[in-house]
Ligand binder design. Structure first.
Ligand SMILES: Cc1cc2nc3c(=O)[nH]c(=O)nc-3n(C[C@H](O)[C@H](O)[C@H](O)COP(=O)(O)O)c2cc1C
Length: 291
């Protein structure tokens, strides 16, 4: 079965018990890297929305504006400095994910540039080092290269901002990230690059157990409702990202993106109330059952 389908099936296999006695109206605020946000539902690190989706020519900026309007953390993926500057000009608190470029000078330049513009954090999607035949990837015409723990440690030390590794899908990688000073990980298979990859929510509890007290743990891949977001948060994700599901809303403009994040947050808040979760720090994995 394809990774994406397996991930969807796993979300749908999780059910929640009700805990109504002594429950209250929940708060959905998220504190991250010293800042307060209205919701733990964030955008995902997308890229090239203008190029690959011609009906959303200003897509990357509208996507960021939508996150800002919703009071959500925004993530930004592959892109050049002028586009990133336009994204930052929206005022969105943004985590800038730099590709594992073969060009080390470009990595350093993009990390420093994000820092100079006041990004919330920076990071790298290590699941784009390889193509699917095991060679260094070429992504939108640009050469990637294989990065070691020591390379990643160098990037951690290169920036004053928290450095996040995106594409962690094992306890082994999570522990290595913690050892080199990484300040956040995204439990993700990048929308299913590797076949038969474990669903992020399947491996999440083991990763939380190993490193959850050391850094925020984010999750993406296939989240398309407040219920999906709730399940990841219940399994102790700090916050979740939504990518593909938001693309049709990006085409309708920033307000539509914000409204979708608001609606997902409201749906999640409803389940928090029904399961006795009063805020984003008090999720309890005990409510989740697998049928
Ligand atoms: C159009 C598109 C562009 C993407 N570009 C990037 C990128 O530049 N950097 C990155 O780390 N991830 C990128 N991703 C992966 C997403 O951040 C995310 O990991 C993946 O889509 C799974 O989440 P989702 O199912 O909510 O979309 C991209 C995904 C899409 C669909």
């Amino acid at each position: 079965m394809h990774t994406k389908e397996l991930t969807r099936q796993y979300f749908d296999s999780l059910y929640l018990e009700q805990r109504l006695m002594d429950s209250c109206v929940p708060e959905t605020d998220l504190w991250l890297y010293g800042k307060k946000f209205k919701t733990p539902i964030m955008t995902a690190a997308l890229s090239h929305l203008g190029t690959f989706h011609p009906d959303a020519p200003n897509g990357m900026v509208d996507y960021a504006k939508g996150a800002e309007l919703a009071g959500a953390v925004h993530w930004y993926g592959m892109g050049e400095e002028p586009e990133f500057e336009a994204v930052m000009a929206t005022g969105a608190s943004t985590i800038r994910i730099v590709k594992p470029y073969a060009d080390e000078a470009k990595i350093e330049r993009q990390l420093k540039h994000a820092e100079s513009l006041g990004a919330l954090a920076v990071g790298m999607d290590i699941d784009h080092m390889f193509d699917l035949q095991g060679n260094p990837d070429i992504c939108v015409g640009e050469a990637m290269s294989v990065k070691s723990s020591e390379d990643l440690r160098r990037y951690v030390e290169m920036t004053k901002l928290p450095f996040v590794v995106k594409g962690v899908l094992s306890v082994q990688d999570a522990v290595k990230c913690a050892e080199i000073g990484v300040r956040g990980i995204v439990v993700s298979h990048h929308g299913g690059r590797m076949s038969a990859a474990v669903p992020p929510l399947y491996i999440l509890p083991d990763i939380v157990k190993a490193v959850g007290h050391k850094m925020p743990i984010f999750v993406d891949c296939g989240i398309c409702s407040g219920t999906d977001a709730y399940k990841a948060l219940a399994l102790c994700a700090t916050a979740v990202s939504v990518g593909i599901h938001l693309i049709p809303f990006v085409k309708q403009g920033a307000e539509a993106v914000a409204k979708r994040i608001d609606d997902m947050t409201a749906e999640m808040k409803g389940i928090m109330a029904y399961t006795g979760v009063k805020n984003c720090k008090s999720f309890d994995a005990g409510v989740v059952h697998r049928l």
